[in-house]
Design a binder for this molecule. Structure first.
Ligand code: SF4
Length: 716
């Protein structure tokens, strides 16, 4: 029998360590007790991983061979066809007619090669990732406040904090192991927990206080808090004087926006008189939140997609960071703002520059010095300053014909992007659609001219980075299915066939990781926070034996300790060393309700499904939790719109229609409904909710507003 393998869960951004043990008839999965993300814990999705990979082998599920124009072929032919068609497109229409749309499901090594190939050798800036839908607004917020895209805290902070605020985060369902750690900490020392969410979610089960704010009013809430902290003398002015700029302006804007409790409450749909007397404070819920925030030095504010997925997501992030900077609570034990990412490797993608507005190793595509540095490092002739098209704009450019060839890897934009029917139309018109995927049928693959079978989670070797900047190894434990190959290999072979061979001679992921590490420390004067230089010359054996570690891990900074928290000394990654508070103003979401579309649809995850269900949809025990998508609606609205509990309802928006079973619940406020994000045309005749969502985006981050869609509902 083979040995146990230590690897990492492929689902959420907690990045739990797993141990895979061989059994007589397959494998068993358990949590790795030594992995610092989970210390042996595991959630329902992680526990069902063997079910999902077993289902892959039992059904006609996997894409097992390359296909060109609908015909199965061998790798040599598929690589040549991909390279030839990309070369022809470039010759006819220029390099900027080519785009890559990639994924937080890719390993860092795959991501690195994708970024290098398109930016450094094809010469197109147009690479974006489904992380655009996940945490692009946080990237903007971090860079504006800290000078770099850095999560200052770590998971332990949730365990040692006295107050944990979950805002725009259903931690119980979306990051379950982190929620388990928080629950255990609360049981041990009574951590106070506040949930800020328009609906009552499973995360409220352990909360002391729930603030059901109006959807989209987060900036008003945190502006109100900042103004209140300033007025009541609860900011840390010594810290601000030493380490922060922009305080006066940010406070002035907060005061102009939300000068008092009444105004804040009104903008957030809260009642100043609703009682939080259960805590003996005599204060309303809003004031209780404010007073607790000021009372507990050890406060962590966890934020996630409810903040990011908004047309003002970047400002929402900065409104939170402003309150932490004003009170000196950044990067200290139990005291920090904390972004939790959705995907297993959204952070790794950020590190290699997988977003259209990033360059490799946290460098800036708009800075000619950074661009020149990367150009010399890659020995590229074609890398130019400038950003590429962000996801929504990229698919619009495909629709208009500006982009003639797109290579989509490990993601399903025909379901997940907003205005999804228009994305499908764009793909149907695109002269060249290349899709690398594990599975044989997705809504996106149906548009592919070239299909490239990629290795799955159980077969892949590489690294991922979780929400606390911890890099962990993903290790294979079974052979690739059919002729599937790792994504880095597929791209490197295409690069060689296009004539860029010298720069893509990788013998395995350890070579790529070493190059990525070398770039992170290349001419790094310390102002680039991302530095993993210790791995620059690491041998394959060291890479194979890698223990989970947090970055930075620079040679100058050895040993690899002290990375748990960053900025705790008040020195930030800006040229002045000071952080910046950003004045922000509450603005309403771009699309508003109307007589035709009177309800606001909020979307999100179910506990036991993942993204567009291409994996979790195969596991019966995961589907048992919620076998079908439900339209969650309060009794008052159900009566008004004549839909019955358990009956079917049609959900209409300006952009499309979906069909779901109705679930009446008092967790929803009047005027709002909740719909899950997962279902697609392969798993449901009703189709996904992407087709309902307007393509409104945050002007700074380009992140779509998937949490706020005006809809109507009617009986079906
Ligand atoms: Fe996997 Fe996230 Fe569950 Fe951990 S919490 S086992 S990373 S899905």
């Amino acid at each position: 029998m083979r040995d146990e393998v230590k690897t990492t869960c492929p689902y959420c951004g907690v990045g739990c360590g797993l141990i895979i043990s061989p059994t007589r008839d397959g494998f068993a999965v358990g949590g790795d007790p030594e992995h610092p993300a989970n210390f042996g814990r595991i959630c329902s999705k992680g526990a069902a991983l063997i079910d999902t990979i077993t289902a892959e082998t039992k059904r006609d599920f996997r894409l097992l061979d390359p296909e060109v124009d609908g015909a199965k072929t061998d790798w040599s032919t598929a690589i040549s066809a991909t390279a030839d068609r990309l070369r022809d497109t470039i010759a006819q229409h220029g390099p900027k007619s080519v785009a890559f749309y990639v994924s937080g499901q890719l390993l860092t090594e795959d991501y690195y090669v994708a970024n290098k190939l398109i930016k450094g050798f094809i010469g197109s800036p147009h690479i974006d990732t489904n992380s655009r839908l996940c945490m692009a607004s946080t990237v903007v917020g971090h860079k504006r406040a800290f000078g770099a895209d850095v999560v200052p805290g770590c998971y332990e902070d949730l365990e040692i904090a006295d107050l944990v605020i979950l805002t725009g985060s259903n931690l119980a369902w979306c990051h379950p192991v982190l929620n388990q750690r928080l629950r255990a900490a609360k049981e041990k020392h009574g951590t106070k927990i506040i949930v800020i969410d328009p609906r009552r979610t499973a995360s409220c089960d352990i909360a002391d206080l729930h603030l059901p704010i109006t959807p989209g009013s987060d900036v008003a809430l945190f502006n109100g808090l900042l103004a209140w902290l300033d007025q009541t003398g609860n900011t840390d002015l010594k810290y601000v004087a030493r380490h922060v700029s922009g305080y006066e302006q940010a406070v002035a804007e907060a005061r102009a926006d939300c000068p008092d409790l009444e105004t804040t409450a009104k903008k957030c749909g809260l009642d100043t008189h609703d009682s939080a007397d259960a805590f003996g404070s005599g204060l309303g819920k809003l004031e209780t939140f404010f007073s607790w925030f000021s009372a507990f030095d050890r406060t962590v504010t966890v934020f996630s997609q409810g903040i990011n997925q908004s047309s003002s997501g970047s400002d929402k992030v900065n409104s939170i960071l402003n309150c932490h900077l004003a009170t000196g609570r950044v990067g200290k034990p139990g005291s920090s703002p904390f972004s939790v990412t959705g995907q297993p490797n959204a952070m790794g993608g950020r590190e290699v520059g997988g977003l259209a507005n990033q360059l490799a190793a946290h460098m800036n595509p708009n800075d000619p010095v950074d661009v020149d540095r990367v150009k010399r490092f890659w020995k590229s002739d074609v890398l130019e300053p400038g950003e590429g098209l962000k996801a929504v704009d990229m698919f619009r450019a495909i629709e208009t014909g500006e982009i003639k060839a797109v290579w989509i890897m490990a993601t399903n934009p025909a379901v997940s992007l907003p205005d999804a029917d228009r994305v499908r139309l764009a793909l149907s018109r695109c002269p060249l659609v290349i899709v690398s995927d594990v599975v044989s049928d997705t809504d996106t693959l149906r548009h592919a001219h070239i299909k490239l079978p990629a290795s799955g989670w159980a077969e892949k070797s590489g690294t991922v980075t979780n929400s606390e900047r911890r890099i962990s190894r993903q290790r294979p434990f079974r052979d690739a299915q059919g002729n599937a190959k790792p994504d880095w290999w597929i791209m490197s072979e295409v690069a060689k066939s296009m004539g860029y061979g010298k720069s893509f001679k990788y013998s395995g992921p350890s070579d790529i990781f070493a190059e990525h590490a070398a770039l992170s420390e290349f001419e790094n004067d310390g102002l680039r926070a991302f530095d993993i230089g210790v791995w620059h010359k690491a041998k394959k054996s060291a890479y194979d034996a890698m223990e989970p570690f947090q970055w930075p891990a620079s040679r100058k900074n050895q040993p690899i300790t002290g990375a748990e928290r960053l900025y705790g000394n008040g020195i930030f990654t800006t040229s002045s060393g000071r952080a910046k508070m950003i004045g922000v103003e509450h603005i309403i979401p771009q699309s508003q309700t109307s007589a035709d579309f009177p309800l606001v649809a909020n979307s999100g995850r179910y506990r036991d499904q993942w993204h567009t269900m291409t994996r979790t949809g195969t596991a019966a025990r995961l589907s048992a939790h919620r076998p079908e998508p439900l339209l969650e609606i309060c009794a008052e609205d159900a009566a008004r719109y004549r839909v019955k509990d358990g009956g079917l309802a049609r959900i209409n928006s300006k952009h499309g229609t979906s069909l779901m079973r109705v679930a009446i619940t008092d967790a929803q406020a009047p005027g709002q409904v909740f719909v899950p994000m997962h279902w697609n045309d392969v798993y449901s005749a009703a189709g996904g909710i992407g087709r309902l969502t307007p393509p409104n985006v945050d002007p700074h981050s380009g992140q779509p507003e998937t949490k706020y869609t005006p809809v109507s509902v009617e009986p079906f």
